[in-house]
Design a protein around this ligand. Structure first.
Ligand code: NAP
Ligand code: MG
Length: 402
């Protein structure tokens, strides 16, 4: 069989711990036998980030701007324990945060739906994708404890010295206060990333805030989305047969619970934090969540939503057997390969990505799965495979399909 040729390299961002082990197995067993894989390799493993003073992370993000599509392995975000474990020069920032800041992107997370892993919400038949705005609000808030009676005001001093004030509250006793902000350009990028992604995957886009109560703050989000939609996306949405739908956040929650899924739900920063955990746990497993960072300029970075699965890695290092689920990492590769195939017009590459995803799904639906899924499946007598056996089983299914 001839290997599928690629034109443009993918930006490959290698990572840490158990997912680094799976990364190599996936390339060796599921990709390189079938594709003449072209990648520009960046080692984002913590040792190399430390050795390069984290320059490698910046370089990999810049390469994503150059080539357009990246695939990323899970990486360690250092904390005090990691400082010691890896003898780090500094507590390097989260690579995902660094990359997101450079690409100015929005993260879209969607569950991989398979028969036998049933959502807790019985009418959810299709995935629900959460798009979370990643800047500002309570995450960049300023807070104060108010010790006793006194006046709190918001004060804006313009560059020319003009002052505008707004009373927050006239305290008669102790209390608390919080200041939040957001930036129009960030909300605009968020809106464009959402509209572009909806067109990309041809799904409806929902957006919800509390604009009836927050008549300036949340209402600005609503207005920016609507203005950009009307002026740049309305016709494209009509042509694609999809809709943009705005509603109040509480109405959205009620509708989501009664829906059958199959749309993108755009959320403000806090709502996205809370709702993405609700959606992912209700769909069954963190190991089955995909994640893609989409920039308003149309750069894409695909990854799994889970971390480096540290606990399994320590077992692996001791020579013990692991049963780590590689599906979300495989889907990061298929997402990136399919996007590369679309951009470079290589239908065989898109077709291969589709087949590899189907191979993962049918392997699980045939009862062969890793332990995390075996614990929650509704299929009777599942066969529990170890990390490597599962990848080999997917290879077997894939070869039958090709
Ligand atoms: P984690 O790697 O997501 O794993 C937490 C637990 O979830 C695991 O111990 C395992 O449960 C289960 N799990 C997650 N993925 C699984 C998979 N593919 N197959 C089977 N089980 C899976 O989170 P963590 O242990 O809190 O974080 C480890 C490291 O990952 C941290 O250093 C963190 O900074 C990093 N992290 C990176 C990213 C990223 O790069 N995007 C995201 C999150 C965290 P059991 O142990 O019960 O089997
Ligand atoms: Mg959260």
């Amino acid at each position: 069989m001839n290997k599928i040729e690629m034109k443009t390299p993918l930006v490959e961002m290698d990572g840490d711990e158990m997912t680094r082990i799976l990364w190599k197995m996936i390339k060796d067993d599921l990709l390189e036998p079938f594709i003449d894989l072209k990648t520009e390799y960046y080692d984002l493993g913590l040792e190399h980030r430390n050795a390069t003073d984290d320059q490698v992370t910046v370089d990999s993000a810049e390469a994503t701007k150059k080539y357009g599509v990246a695939v990323k392995c899970a990486t360690i975000t250092p904390n005090a324990a990691r400082m010691e474990e890896y003898d780090l020069k500094e507590m390097w920032k989260s690579p995902n945060g660094t990359i997101r800041a450079i690409l100015d992107g929005t993260v879209f997370r969607a569950p991989i739906v398979v028969k036998g892993i049933e959502p807790c919400v019985k009418n959810w038949k299709k995935p629900i994708t959460i798009a979370r705005h990643a800047y500002g609000d309570v995450y960049k808030g300023t807070e104060m404890k108010i010790p006793g009676a006194g006046k709190v005001e918001l004060v804006y001093t313009a560059e020319d010295g003009t002052v505008a004030k707004e009373l927050v509250h006239n305290f008669t006793g102790a209390g608390i206060v919080q200041g939040q902000h957001n930036i129009s350009s960030s909300i605009e990028s968020f809106a464009r990333s959402c509209f572009n992604y909806a067109l990309d995957i041809k799904q409806d886009l929902w957006f919800a805030t509390k604009d009836t109560i927050s008549k300036k703050y949340d209402h600005t989000f609503k207005d920016i989305f609507q203005e950009i939609f009307d002026s740049e996306y309305k016709e494209k949405f009509e042509a694609a047969g999809i809709t943009y739908f705005y509603t109040l956040i509480d109405d959205a929650v009620a509708r989501v619970m009664k829906s059958e899924g199959g749309y993108i739900w755009a959320c403000k920063n806090y709502d996205g934090d809370v709702m993405s955990d609700m959606i992912s746990s209700a769909f069954g497993s963190l190991a089955m969540m995909t994640s893609v960072l989409v920039s308003p300029q149309g750069y894409y970075e695909y990854e799994a939503a889970h971390g480096t699965v540290q606990r399994h890695y320590y077992k692996y290092l001791k020579g013990e057997e692991t049963s780590t689920n590689s599906v979300a990492t495989i889907f990061a590769w298929t997402g990136a390969l399919r996007k590369r195939g679309e951009l470079d017009q290589i239908p065989e590459l898109c077709d291969f990505a589709d087949k590899l995803e189907k191979a993962c799904i049918s392997t699980i639906e045939s009862g062969k799965m890793t332990k995390d899924l075996a614990l929650i499946t509704t299929l009777e007598n599942p066969t529990v495979l170890n990390s490597e056996e599962f990848i080999k089983a997917v290879r077997g299914t894939l070869e039958e399909m090709l």
